[in-house]
Design a protein around this ligand. Structure first.
Ligand SMILES: NC(=O)C1=CN([C@@H]2O[C@H](COP(=O)(O)OP(=O)(O)OC[C@H]3O[C@@H](n4cnc5c(N)ncnc54)[C@H](OP(=O)(O)O)[C@@H]3O)[C@@H](O)[C@H]2O)[C@@H](O)CC1
Ligand SMILES: Nc1ncnc2c1ncn2[C@@H]1O[C@H](COP(=O)(O)OP(=O)(O)OP(=O)(O)O)[C@@H](O)[C@H]1O
Ligand SMILES: [Mg+2]
Length: 350
């Protein structure tokens, strides 16, 4: 009986040993196969995304006007910035100077009287109109509109009722002339109070940050933002506004015209100082004009405002990346402005 039990025990041990050796042989093979499948699917996804990004970069390159001796001052862009009040003089400056550094020929700022001298003193390159709080503000800006290729409404505008009323009338005048309009900052505050002002005007691009997006979304969809579905939210907001272009800024920028969602995750940095969105809206002022002018052939049939927005997001993030490498934590929006030229060449001219 003892011997019988010993036989059974040794038999069980042999079986255990057998299964253990099988496990030793097959487990690594299984793991290698599993990892190779996972690796393959990730790298396929990565290649796919990189290829898509490269295609859109190429479309941005296509719309950039070549620098030739045949063009006269003004042809590459006359951009208007509507914003700048007693409290905020930095925001319209960052937007306007970025427009120039991206390649516009002339950059106009329409701001309050208080802000004008301050903004002029930052830069002799800007043309500054101290009209926004004057009784005939709308007429004063309207005089210039036929000469402007795009307008950026909102950086540093503030929330004074009279200024918002003037901004509203300037948006209406710009729409009548078919001018591309970029709406940012307090301009978005105005739109979230009165969405019909811009609804259905497909030459408009809205550039909300996190907070501005939530306000707009709640105003239009009567629901809070679904934080598990960012793509769906930006798509729905664009659709609700009549398929105009929405750029939701954040860790990744999501850009939608209600049909497509482009993602810009170009490497920036973790530094979140104020003014970065102003660089984005200023550069978008120029790129929207260039893409709109270039026509469908140059953008391969893609919505020109999607292409422009992708270009502006990539450029802003590249400026952020370069400035952060130089200055680290002390980096500010002015340091990013200094990087516009090299960032632009690196992304679009190499
Ligand atoms: N140098 C200058 O002159 C500059 C002037 N500027 C001008 O200032 C004006 C107001 O613009 P704005 O962006 O500060 O106003 P608004 O939309 O109310 O947001 C404010 C609140 O939103 C929140 N918040 C924001 N992001 C968030 C996030 N990711 N995740 C979560 N929360 C987030 C955050 O809330 P908090 O953290 O404080 O609770 C924050 O306080 C406008 O004219 C603009 O052009 C700027 O351009 C900067 C440079
Ligand atoms: N978490 C993040 N990581 C990387 N980049 C970001 C992040 N958040 C925003 N950005 C980038 O910073 C730029 C400005 O976005 P932001 O949300 O700061 O705008 P904003 O609040 O309007 O800025 P401003 O201070 O000029 O008003 C965009 O180009 C965006 O891509
Ligand atoms: Mg902003």
């Amino acid at each position: 009986m003892n011997r019988f039990c010993a036989d059974i025990r040794s038999c069980v041990k042999i079986q255990e040993f057998y299964f253990f050796s099988l496990w030793l042989v097959y487990c690594p093979i299984f793991l290698i196969l599993l990892f190779s499948v996972i690796e393959r699917s990730f790298s396929l996804h990565r290649n796919h995304t990189l290829k898509d990004m490269e295609n859109i970069f190429q479309l941005v390159r296509n719309v950039i006007p070549p620098l030739t001796g045949k063009r006269h001052k003004g042809q590459d862009g006359r951009i208007g910035i509507v914003g700048g009040c007693r409290e905020y003089t930095g925001a319209p400056y960052f937007a306007a100077i970025t427009a120039l550094k991206v390649g516009a020929d002339l950059s106009h700022v329409f701001c309050t009287k208080d802000a004008a001298t301050v903004i002029k003193s930052y830069s002799p390159e800007l043309i500054v109109h101290p009209v926004l709080d004057s009784p005939n503000a709308v007429h004063e800006v309207d005089k210039w509109l036929p000469r402007l290729h795009s307008v950026v409404i909102g950086p540093g505008l503030g929330r004074d009722e009279a200024l918002l009323e003037n901004a509203k009338a300037i948006i209406e005048k710009s729409k009548l002339k078919g001018i591309p309009i970029i709406i940012d900052a307090d301009g978005l505050w105005l739109i979230s109070q009165q969405p019909s002002l811009i609804q259905g005007y497909q030459r408009a691009i809205l550039t909300p940050n996190y907070m501005e997006f939530s306000r707009l979304y709640e105003a239009m969809l009567r629901d809070p933002v679904d934080s598990s579905d960012h793509h769906g939210c930006v798509l729905r907001l664009s659709q609700a506004l009549g398929n105009l272009t929405v750029v939701q800024k954040g860790e990744r920028d999501l850009i939608s015209d209600g049909e497509k969602v482009l993602v810009c995750s170009h490497e920036g940095s973790s530094r979140r100082c104020g003014g970065q969105g102003d660089l984005l809206s200023g550069s978008l002022g120029v790129l929207a004009h260039w893409a709109f002018l270039a026509g469908a052939e140059k953008t391969n049939g893609q919505n020109p405002f999607l292409v422009a927005a992708f270009g502006a997001c990539s450029l802003t993030r590249q400026c952020n990346n370069q400035a952060f490498q130089k200055f680290g934590r002390s980096m500010t929006a002015s340091d990013m402005v200094s990087e516009v030229g090299t960032a632009f060449s690196k992304l679009f001219e190499t």
